[in-house]
Design a protein around this ligand. Sequence first.
Ligand code: ADP
Ligand code: ADP
Ligand code: ZN
Ligand code: ZN
Length: 763
Amino acid sequence: MTKMNGDRAAWISIEQARTNNLQEVSVRVPKHQVTAFTGVSGSGKSSLVFGTIAAEATRLIAESYPLFVRNRLPSRGRADVDRIDGLMFTTVVDQRPFTGNARSTVGTASDIAPLLRMLFSRIGEPCAGYSPAYSFNDPSGMCPRCEGLGTVDDIDLDQLLDTRLSLNQGAIRFPAFEPGTYRWSRMVHSGLADPDRPLSELPDDVLNSLLYAEDLPLASPDPKYPKSSNFDGVIPRFRNSYLRKTPSRLTDEERAGLARIVTRQPCPECHGARVNQAARSSLIDGRSIADWSALPVSELRDLVHGVHDSRVNPVLTAITERLRALDAVGLGYLTLDRHSTTLSGGEAQRVKIVRHLGSALSDVCYIFDEPSVGLHPHDVHRLLTLLADLRDAHNTVLVVEHHPAVIAAADHVIDLGPGAGTNGGQIQFEGTPDELAATDTATGRMLHEQVRLNLNPRTPKKSVTVEHATAHNLHDITVDIPLEVLTVVTGVAGSGKSTLAAQILPAQHPQFVVIGQEPLRGGNRSTPATVLGIADPIRREFARANRMAPSWFSPNARGACPVCKGKGLITTDLAFLDDVSTPCEACGGTRFNPQALSAQFKGHSIAEVLAMNASQSLDLFRSVRDITTSLEWLEDLGLGYLSIGQATNTLSGGERQRLLLAKRLSDTPEPSRLRLVLDEPTAGLHGSDTDRLLRLFDRLVDEGATITVIEHNQRVIAHADYIIDIGPGAGELGGSVVYHGPPQGLLTARDSITGKWLLTPRP
Ligand code: ADP
Ligand code: ADP
Ligand code: ZN
Ligand code: ZN
């Protein structure tokens, strides 16, 4: 039984937790302190913090709501635990990137936008009205031409139509209008045009109706369609379905088609300002709200600082506090009008931190998932201040972390281990960081180990040149990228590392392959097994052993549970709310039907095999080459603990990246020819796993591969053969090459913030 007794207890105490790999874990987490959860990857940190503490807190809160609300809360699955005492209101601040909504900006996501509107509605001259009149999300403030988006989409007719072809030959070059589709048959049966004549031979007025008609009553409606449904031309149809809103599900073909056909331009009326004329001409200090939003946060701070007006002091204070917080988490280079969807996972998490800091709640339990990801040591230092501020505002702070500085700055540490998966799941240590550093645990050693500089770097013999790179903030960079060595691209967040290494480098030299951290396609149907292409060989093994067709062992074919159709979940579509999913009771979430589940391979059902982690399944399929190659790469990349049937949308960004790297390595006949760009591949890795990853990089480079990584991790930087340091600052203050050469030279490079921090174990 679990109790939510808020302030009274000094601890959140957990008794006998068994979630995932936890082995009857009993532990107490101090309230109103910062507690770091540490341990090697796969040791059970997330299972304890997210899977047990956050899951129970969410469930308890949910139970206090009426059923209607309860059904609409995200479900995190159920914690397996005997008892938790002292739980409090809990908020998880995760690294999921912002998705989808074109109306979400850094300003709206950090809750600064409403404050700016309030400011302009009080002291902007001339005043446009009250707050909503300055909002691009409100009809009274939005630019009427672009409806507040700042851009307008145009359809490139030359790309959409092949006028040499007839309708029947597929003149409309977009999947949803191809011959055989519903939209195609509406056109053909409209009676407007001869479907066998090329578009170029149709009379102008006919082509016009076919393309632009809106709600046109048809003279001789086709008997197949009800009289009442009038005809819309291709363009209004296309606009409605693909441009007015962002469709939630697009096929790859549709995506490619849209990229070809739709051209996006700044709105000709507001020039990207998003708001209407009245809001644009209302000024403070000679600038409109759109001008304010286009300034980097660090500059906006100065501007706000210069406003003196006693009528708005509280608003100015609130704005200043949040801008200071954005700056403090290393995001001073962002502008408030930046689309949230263009932020990386780490940046998104830090924007969420700022939103929570401003919400003035106290006695809340905040849980962070590796908040140091994407941060330069220089900025980690400032992040620590923010976490301490949250604590001092009488909150409880839990962080899952690998960064030595974050661990060292915590009040309390709980270390899990000793290993991953079934070899982990136990409490190794609880106490202060200093006490942990004195233990002989993997984490303890990592805390006091000095970073060792690579004094014998490989000398680059060949290179490619990136020429005149100017994208985003890059100041016309021309730089050599060495081949067949390990190059680390460094610099503070926002300095231009990804723009250079992950965008321009592969654009100029397509042999470079970028492996990033973006979500994988296929949602909850994609698993490590499907990504690596071992699902099929596993089915074949089951088929052979049981004399059944392989399709019996696919949840998307004959093996599918008839109730959930192989999804493992029952999803209720609530139209305008988020869908609600619950595990399917018929198959227990395994996705398979009873007949599929009754078949066995070496004593295990298909569901049991898919629940195994990579290392266990490697043992089981030892003799099957098709399966072992990619599983061995997984182990080498420190992912042996992942279960092969786990949905990839439950993986962290770092895990996804390493999974894709394993796929790339096992798909390539000659890994030694690869030229890879990786974006912070150590995200989510414990120091000891980082060393293993570095050994793998060394092996690949020795065989001839080129590995270029964007990293903040001091161990990786110190281990590099070659460094390219971008900066010196972020945004406009960055974008230049500060240093390039072996790591040792970085220490004395003028202007290099990275060099200053390189050998400092605890900022
Ligand atoms: P950490 O956070 O320390 O990296 P996790 O708590 O994520 O470790 O994982 C601990 C163990 O539990 C691993 O063996 C992992 O494969 C397993 N595990 C985690 N999440 C799931 C899940 N959703 N389904 C099945 N196994 C899981
Ligand atoms: P880093 O990888 O060093 O953190 P980035 O290359 O991501 O830096 O960013 C460099 C600069 O370019 C920053 O000022 C950032 O705000 C800007 N920038 C990056 N991506 C975008 C984008 N999609 N749209 C607009 N500006 C961007
Ligand atoms: Zn506009
Ligand atoms: Zn089912």
